[in-house]
Design a protein around this ligand. Structure first.
Ligand code: FES
Length: 92
């Protein structure tokens, strides 16, 4: 059985209803090709939801393992995910 290498945590708007968080969830699941609480077929990436840990916040929150990102634009999100997928090393 394969191991999960990265866990992506996203606030998905389910707690406070922030529209940007719902868009974040849609973009992350779309780009990774898996749904919430699923993992990729190779077991390298999984997605979990966060519940507004220190919120309400102005920006949607994404974490990759212990690294935290407040997503201020969607291009930045794409860069973060691309670095994670391509290297499985430094992505911050
Ligand atoms: S779900 Fe509340 S700030 Fe994202």
């Amino acid at each position: 059985m394969s191991q999960v290498r990265r866990t992506v945590y996203i606030c998905d708007g389910a707690t406070c209803g922030l529209a940007q968080c719902r868009e974040l969830a849609a973009r992350v699941t779309g780009q990774l090709g898996i749904g919430m609480n699923q993992r990729t077929p190779d077991g390298m990436i999984s997605i979990r939801s966060l519940r507004c840990p220190e919120h309400p916040a102005a920006l949607p929150l994404l974490m990759i393992d212990d690294d935290r990102f407040e997503i201020d634009d969607w291009e930045n999100l794409e860069r973060i995910l691309a670095r994670m997928k391509s290297s499985f090393g430094e992505y911050a």
